[in-house]
Design a protein around this ligand. Structure first.
Ligand SMILES: *Cc1c(COP(=O)(O)O)cnc(C)c1O
Length: 486
């Protein structure tokens, strides 16, 4: 350990004592710093090993359904880390951040065009945050029509992501759940039976979490609008229709985007993300501030003031600018034909997986899937569970031993023993085939060697975790690890 002697050494030799020459006040110097005493190679090896214990989209296929774990072009990262982009302060005077404002202004135009909306706010930091904002907009809209009290319910299909009912409940709404039909779409009659003058909004994901397009969308929109309520589009699955159809044209009033899903920003490590929200004309005046305006005469961009109806802010400043920049770069890189090609390839890849897995005994689709799925497909391993007590979790853990990431499992909750597979457009055929081969091998093992599957994974640095404990009481530092062990 370092020994410190203030003022003892004035010749700046490579002696640990020279630390004292940094000019730090004596009161800030410590004798008892409890950190491991290691050499540089030991430290480098430690962190290199840690990096290899991880699995990411840069390691291989990551077919986590609903999450759209596509490849993130490195050029976006480079742009977002340029000094001009990452050293801005959100309180800088407008005239010194014209470039950043222009990028946000242009990104707003692009996202409006992509979704068929009239304006977009960048305030929310994630999808769920965007949903919450959307529900505040719904409330502001009905209040402005003096229907705030009366419209107390938000309708959510039983296939929805858990954040939908949670966001509506946080905004003070009562949740009304509507079941899916045996075609895996919203049950139109059931929907009509719960729509009333109390309905504030319907929250819908399209394609839905089964990867199926709500082909009754026109009737759904008619029924909801007919009752004076609004339609919110959960944009997490936008990758399935990008460049081919637009929520705005379907009749939705509010849309959220997960820039960290559809528009290629890394995610999964807890952020940062961005969940911009787009709205139709009739909702613009309620948007949070600031929105960005352009003055043609002055050729200057401005941060707009909030009007009297604005719900003001849902987070500090203008949202996560770095993520906006990455999305902007990605959209320009792809162009409109590229975005369309991305969704088409994502859909093709998902259908390839669906048709290949249907040939494997043990994997089945629960809902009538006549016709193709969109960008993801949800299998059930119910039959395997009955036959050999092998669960979706066992299959997922076994996949890790093949060096591929697992799909989402046990979601959506309407499919028992669900495996939700979303390959995205960035996986080449050979990588998808590798995934399929692993799925086939595992299916074979469920018959020949089921015990083996129960103990997986065996080739990873960590075996099966206590998942509840890992999320409630995570061990995030060496100190916590030591305390836990002692
Ligand atoms: C990911 C997801 C969300 C929530 O988005 P976050 O950015 O994770 O908050 C909502 N709905 C669906 C269908 C999703 O897949």
């Amino acid at each position: 350990m370092f020994e410190r002697g203030v003022g003892k050494n004035d010749d700046y030799s490579f002696d640990s004592d020279s630390l004292s020459n940094l000019g730090l006040p004596e009161s800030l110097l410590r004798e008892d710093l409890d950190i491991p005493d290691l050499t540089e190679p030991e430290v480098v090896r430690h962190f290199t090993r840690l990096s290899q214990m991880n699995y990411g989209i840069d390691s291989g296929i990551y077919p986590l359904g609903s999450c759209t774990m596509k490849y993130n072009p490195k050029v976006s990262e480079e742009l977002a880390s340029l000094e001009d982009a990452c050293c801005l302060h959100p309180d800088q005077p407008e005239e010194t951040v014209q470039g950043a404002l222009e990028i946000m202004y242009r990104l707003e135009k692009l996202l409006s065009e992509i979704s068929g909306m009239d304006r977009v706010t960048f305030q929310p930091a994630a999808g769920a945050h965007g949903e919450f904002l959307a529900m505040l907009l719904v409330r502001a809209f009905h209040e402005s029509n003096e229907e705030g009290e009366k419209r107390s319910e938000v309708i959510v299909p039983d296939s929805a992501h858990g954040t939908n009912p949670a966001s509506a409940a946080m905004a003070g709404y009562k949740i009304v759940e509507v079941p899916s039909s045996d075609r895996g779409r919203i049950d139109l009659d059931a929907l009509k039976s719960v729509i009333s003058e109390r309905t504030a909004a319907l929250m819908l994901t399209n394609p839905n979490t089964l990867g199926l397009f709500e082909d009754n969308i026109e009737q759904i929109v008619e029924a909801v609008h007919g009752a004076g309520a609004l339609l919110f589009y959960d944009g997490a699955n936008l990758n399935g229709i990008l460049g081919r159809s637009r929520p705005g044209d379907m009749g939705f009033d509010i849309v959220h985007f997960n820039l960290h899903k559809t528009f290629a920003t890394p995610h999964g490590g807890g952020g940062p993300g961005a969940g911009p929200v787009g709205v139709k004309d009739k909702l613009i005046k309620f948007l949070p501030d600031p929105t960005i305006t352009y003055d043609e005469e002055e050729d200057l961009y401005h941060l707009g003031e909030s009007g009297k109806y604005s719900i003001e802010k849902v987070q500090a400043f203008h949202g996560n600018f770095g993520v906006l920049l990455k999305a902007y770069a990605y959209i320009l890189l792809m162009g409109s034909s590229g975005l369309r090609e991305a969704s088409e390839t994502a859909v093709l890849n998902a259908n390839y997986i669906q048709s290949k897995l249907l040939e494997v005994d043990g994997y089945e689709l629960k809902y009538d899937s006549r016709g193709p799925c969109k960008h993801e497909t949800v299998f059930s391993v119910d039959r395997l569970k009955k036959r050999s007590n092998i669960t979706a979790r066992d299959i997922s853990k076994s996949l890790l031993d093949y060096g591929v990431h697992a799909p989402t499992y046990y979601f959506p909750p309407i499919v028992s023993e669900a495996l939700m597979i979303e390959p995205t457009e960035t996986e080449p055929r050979v990588e998808i085939d590798r995934f399929l081969d692993a799925m086939k091998e595992i299916a074979k093992d469920t018959k020949e060697n089921p015990e083996k599957l129960k103990s997986t994974p065996n080739n990873t640095s960590i075996g099966r975790l206590d998942e509840v404990k890992a999320s409630r009481k995570p061990i995030l530092s060496w100190k916590m690890y030591k305390e836990e062990r002692d």
